[in-house]
Design a protein around this ligand. Structure first.
Ligand SMILES: [Zn+2]
Length: 190
């Protein structure tokens, strides 16, 4: 959300197969960050709770629960405990809380957070990821879902009914376009 990670358009292959239904599928569209994909199998996420506002860690687990439902059975992320890491790692998804002014190179001013798969940029295979949330804002599940969606490989969409819309949506669940994208990414695991 508001990060610098580039995104380019890529319609789901379902759209190509069902052009006649494009008016329906337009609402179920998604974008991916790059041609890279996660490895097939189970990956680990860790949480640095040092500066997490009250209730924020629970949104991490809920976001990964929903991500795992959408990505099953080919790609999964399992909680591997807390960490003192404060930034991106390969081989691990790190979730942490830092104010935007500490990470101006990756989080845009005014952004609630940032999320991206790692290594970045990498057009082959992702092995980790990072989510940094600005702890000065109220705890928002939609923001965590959005940033974790970036970690999975989703980019922004123009449909404000999708979690991957660039501004907070207030959604408590991934929406049809988000789910289509997560499913496609998982099915294309490497
Ligand atoms: Zn975003």
């Amino acid at each position: 959300m508001g990060g610098r990670w580039g995104a380019y358009a890529r319609r789901g292959r379902v759209v190509a197969m069902l052009l006649a239904l494009v008016f329906v599928l337009a609402a179920c569209d998604f974008r991916v960050l790059s041609p890279a994909r996660w490895g097939c199998g189970t990956h680990s996420y860790v949480v640095n709770p040092t500066r997490a506002p009250k209730g924020a860690v629970a949104t991490v687990h809920e976001a990964f629960r929903q991500l795992n439902l959408a990505s099953a059975p080919t790609v999964q992320w399992r909680y591997a405990g807390t960490t003192t890491a404060d930034g991106a790692r390969s081989g691990l998804v790190v979730v942490t809380w830092r104010p935007q002014n500490e990470v101006p190179g990756i989080m845009a001013p005014g952004a609630y957070g940032v999320g991206a798969p790692q290594p970045w940029p990498n057009n082959t295979k992702w092995t980790g990821g990072v989510v940094i949330i600005d702890p000065r804002y109220p705890v928002k599940l939609d923001v965590m879902l959005h940033e974790v969606g970036h970690v999975a490989g989703l980019g922004h969409v123009r449909d404000r009914n999708e979690v991957m819309y660039p501004l907070p949506t207030g959604k408590s669940h991934y929406m049809p376009g988000d789910l289509s994208g997560l499913r496609a990414l998982a099915l294309e695991c490497k």
